[in-house]
Design a protein around this ligand. Structure first.
Ligand code: SF4
Ligand code: SF4
Length: 458
């Protein structure tokens, strides 16, 4: 592209989603939240580039060299004037929500039962498991996806999903058969408390049933974790989970992702970080990823833990950064690079369902087991019968929220959690709202050190 030729025919403007900041070493950095472009700008050139990108119309600017101009256009920092970035985001949102990629995403609870009694658990606790009839209907549902289905993603969740291992085995093998016959790409993950995840079960799940992503929660060192996540009989669960992890992680296949989630609130936010040292000393830093998560009293069932919750602002500005910094220094992996999202969650996507063991379908994990919030069921021919609650989820439109469409974080957030929006919960903004620059700084530091383990922007 020749800037001078284009300047006569096209008009340009800066993207609304440019971020500029200075790294700890004094370098000037730029990031664009739609393209994901990331640039280090020469300190000498920075004033003129920055000034140019503040102008509303940069068509006639001739100060920038061709090379710099091209890079800024390529990185999405300068765009054609006629582009409406909100329209671009809308298209991405609609495509993701209304299934332009022909996918079906199912979160399946083989059972409501759980062997733990976590202090902050929001889930309905019933000893109910998926019966044979529902499993058959589920298989028919996937079979009936017809020729248009190209991707099937399953998340196994509970209760504790491993208490329903037979159901997982049966359904997975049926789904894998259907996908193989119809050329559908299959992927699966599991959210488990890790207590029953022995190396034999892990081996069967990961190599035979193609579960390639595991999330296990450990809330800190033994004395902290065991108080927060005891077994139902009150005994501790830490030692068994750590021993399972040790057995699995040292020979973790390269295509399996093992994430340790650490739920943090006021009572364990400092002690919880000791887990990083424990896992490091176990030699697991190059094998697993860590995920510090803020305990959030979002559902009516868990509102009684609200006193101990940390505000989003304090958590993301302070504790999350400390946790990630410490982990990266110990060699753990993190996905710290912010990326464009189409929609904020599966709850507002047309072909995504949470399937409870009693047959009710939901859109949001937080509502599972609350039958009045169910959006329908699967009939005996394997067809989904929706009610009007489904329409409400799909009619939700973050582009109607003025505060969000004016927010520079919107491309990375998509308007926040639709459930919280529905419940009118105030703390809805994503972590990037509070720590985008700090996280990009961290990312830059990792790159400077030659760290290739933390995600590199394209
Ligand atoms: S709507 Fe919110 S709470 Fe529900 S699954 Fe989505 S992100 Fe989670
Ligand atoms: S929810 Fe918060 S961070 Fe997300 S777009 Fe809206 S205002 Fe921005």
């Amino acid at each position: 592209m020749d800037k001078n030729i284009n300047a006569q025919t096209k008009r340009y403007k800066p993207s609304k989603y440019n971020f500029f900041f200075q790294a700890e070493d004094g370098s000037h950095l730029a990031y664009n939240a739609i393209s994901g472009g990331f640039a280090k700008i020469d300190n000498e050139k920075f004033p003129v580039i920055y000034k140019t990108l503040q102008a509303e119309d940069i068509m006639s600017d001739t100060v920038l060299s061709q090379e710099v101009w091209n890079k800024l256009v390529e990185g999405g920092f300068i765009i054609e004037s006629e582009i409406d970035e909100i329209d671009l985001l809308k298209v991405k949102n609609r495509m993701e929500r209304f299934n332009a990629n022909q996918s079906l995403s199912l979160t399946i609870l083989p059972t409501f039962a759980c062997n733990f009694q976590c202090i902050y658990c929001y889930e309905v606790k019933r000893n109910e498991s998926m019966d044979w009839d529902l499993q058959t209907r589920l298989v028919k549902l996937v079979e009936g996806g017809g020729d248009i289905l190209r991707f099937l993603h399953i998340t196994w969740m509970g209760g504790e999903p491993l208490l329903g291992l037979r159901t997982i085995e049966f359904l997975s093998s049926k789904f894998l058969d259907i996908c193989a016959k119809k050329g559908i790409k299959y992927s699966a993950g599991m959210i488990t408390n890790g207590y029953l995840l022995t190396s034999e079960i892990f081996e069967m799940l990961s190599s035979k049933l193609l579960v390639k992503n595991f999330q296990i929660t450990i809330d800190g060192p033994r004395e902290v974790h065991d108080v927060r996540r005891p077994l139902k009989n009150g005994k501790g669960s830490f030692s068994k989970i750590l021993s399972n992890l040790r057995n699995i992680a040292h020979s973790l296949p390269a295509d399996v992702e093992m994430i340790i989630r650490v739920n943090l609130d006021k009572t364990n936010v400092l002690t919880g970080m000791e887990l990083i040292d424990i896992l490091f000393e176990e030699g697991l830093s190059s094998k697993i990823s860590l995920m510090p998560a803020r305990v959030d009293a979002a559902t009516p069932i868990c509102r009684d833990v609200s006193e101990s919750c940390i505000s989003s602002s304090t958590f993301y500005k302070n504790y999350q950064l400390k946790f990630i910094n410490k982990s990266i220094n110990k060699g753990f992996r993190f996905k710290i690079y912010p990326r464009l999202v189409g929609s904020s969650c599966m709850a507002d996507r047309i072909n995504a369902y949470v399937i409870a063991p009693d047959g009710y379908l939901y859109k949001c994990w937080n509502e599972v087991g609350i039958e009045t919030e169910s959006i329908g069921f699967i009939d005996d021919r394997g067809k989904i019968k929706h009610n009007n609650k489904m329409v409400k989820w799909l009619a939700y439109d973050p582009f109607e929220i003025i505060k969000c469409i004016r927010c520079k974080i919107f491309p990375l957030c998509g308007g926040g959690c639709p459930y919280k929006r529905k419940q009118r919960i105030a703390e809805i903004c994503v972590s990037w709202k509070y720590n985008l620059k700090e996280m990009l700084n961290l990312f830059y530091r990792c790159q400077q050190k030659g760290g290739d383990k933390n995600e590199v922007p394209k």
